[in-house]
Design a protein around this ligand. Structure first.
Ligand SMILES: Nc1nc2c(c(=O)[nH]1)N[C@H]1C(S)=C(S)[C@@H](COP(=O)(O)O)O[C@H]1N2
Ligand SMILES: [Mo]
Length: 430
């Protein structure tokens, strides 16, 4: 089924001025973060029950009706969405995780954003092979059955495309956190440590680099330093307890924790071991950032700390005055999230968000701020700090450091403007 990106606003072409840019001092005395009162949430008194509802009168579907369960029919709006004008073809394209409709830290398998360069390869697992060749003592070819006989690990990691928020480098563009930040997902992977399989092959002493390669039509390949491979990379065959989805590289993908999504080669069929990087297309003309001086940053692997408020956001307006729950996600490719700060007034006052659920390194982390909305406009931002002490920068700080040629690696602070009617739009403050 084709989904229209209905809630998306095309570029207005004047992101540096005009209505979507706000001056910091411009909005006075906003409703702050206050203690909440229970009464205001349950404003409706219990009615007299006069009606027996339909679902109370008839038997429902039996167990045979849904051998593979799907979400409630009332959750049909919770889908991945794409932006047609972003890419020239459907096969080399991207769709986005509906972050504003999710909670907790785990992305359901059917909602993980997809990014592929040659469409989805459909590979029968019994025909799939992983070859390891190059600077190893034994060049070996593994079947999926072979890989499942190595000791296993289960680990939760986020995957973020380096192009996530890329459209926002030059100003506020897309109206929805699904579109500005939805190239991220977080699942529990099951698989084998790459180190374990490399040990089976015996890595030669002069080996320094690996080149994982995909079996899809794009034959995606990247250079990965051996040090990272031996640290925490995984050969994953399951996500969230079931086999990888075809979109995510079934039957085998590389997991490169904390590093840009492009390196997480899907449909992984070969790893070459070498003594120098290959400088493939995806690490030269793509996925690099062209600086003002005409030079590009080389090998920008780590995804720096980032966060976004998912609710409220343009696709999830504020509907009630009084007590509200602000919710969001933070993550860092360098480690665990230590703190998240949230402001409702464009950066004048900050509060520490309440982190709920596990705080795992290189994983999404869920935060909340319970606040009282008095119906006045808000300028909402979140700022993540990780356990290395790194503080998420503002977009202007990023631009000062890297110029405005970049598309990739935008981890700048996002601003949402809440209007008096509760509608939310993507803006920048300066
Ligand atoms: N074989 C192969 N692997 C690939 C790609 C691809 O096109 N082919 N795309 C890469 C990119 S750019 C990203 S961001 C991630 C996306 O992973 P996902 O589709 O599970 O979200 O896969 C990476 N691995
Ligand atoms: Mo990507």
């Amino acid at each position: 089924m084709k989904k229209e990106p209905r809630d998306i606003r095309p570029a207005d072409g004047q992101s540096d001025n005009g209505r979507r840019r706000f001056l910091k001092g411009g909005l006075a005395a906003l409703g702050g973060v206050a203690a909440t009162s229970v009464a205001a949430r349950a404003a409706t008194p219990a009615p007299e029950i006069t009606e027996v509802q339909e679902w109370n009168q008839f038997l429902g579907d039996g167990v045979a009706a849904r051998p593979y369960g799907m979400p409630s029919q009332f959750e049909k709006h919770v889908v991945r969405r794409d932006v047609e004008w972003l890419t020239a073809s459907r096969e080399s394209s991207v769709n986005f995780t509906p972050l504003h409709d999710l909670d907790g830290i785990i992305t359901p398998n059917g909602l993980c954003f997809e990014r592929h360069h040659g469409g989805i390869a459909e590979i029968p697992p019994e025909k799939h092979r992983l070859m390891i060749n190059g600077l190893v003592d034994r060049e070996l070819v593994f079947t999926m059955d072979d890989l499942k006989r190595f000791p296993r690990v289960n680990r939760i990691f986020f995957l973020e495309c380096a192009a996530n928020s890329g459209m926002e480098w030059r100003g506020a563009q897309l109206n929805g956190c699904q579109f500005t930040h939805g190239m991220v997902h977080c699942v529990q992977y099951t698989g084998v440590l790459l180190k374990t399989v490399l040990e089976e092959c015996g890595v030669k002493t002069n080996a320094k680099w690996l080149m994982p390669e995909g079996a899809d039509a794009s034959g995606m390949n990247r250079s990965v330093p051996l040090e990272k491979a031996l640290d925490d990379c995984m050969l994953a065959f399951s996500m969230n307890g079931e086999a990888l989805r075809p979109e995510q590289g079934y039957p085998l993908r590389l997991v490169v924790p904390g590093w840009e999504g492009n390196m997480w080669v899907k449909w992984l069929r070969r790893i070459e071991v070498g003594d120098q990087p290959w400088h493939t297309r995806e690490e030269t003309s793509k996925y690099t950032d062209l600086l003002e001086n005409g030079k590009s940053r080389r090998f920008t692997w780590v995804m720096d700390a980032k966060s976004v408020v998912t609710n409220p956001s343009p696709q999830a307006p504020l509907r009630f005055k009084g007590p509200n729950v602000l919710s969001g996600l933070a993550w860092s490719g360098r480690g665990a999230i230590k703190r998240v700060d949230v402001t409702l007034d464009g950066g004048k006052n900050w509060v520490t968000a309440d982190i709920q659920g596990p705080v795992l390194p290189k994983s999404l982390t869920r935060f909340y701020v319970n606040f009282e909305w008095d119906g006045k406009p808000l300028l909402i931002q979140s700022r993540a700090i990780d356990d290395t002490g790194y503080v998420q920068p503002t977009k202007n700080e990023l631009r000062a450091a890297r110029g405005t040629n970049s598309i990739y690696h935008n981890n700048g602070i996002q601003t949402w403007h809440v209007r008096e009617n509760g509608e939310v739009e993507n803006v920048e403050v300066s």
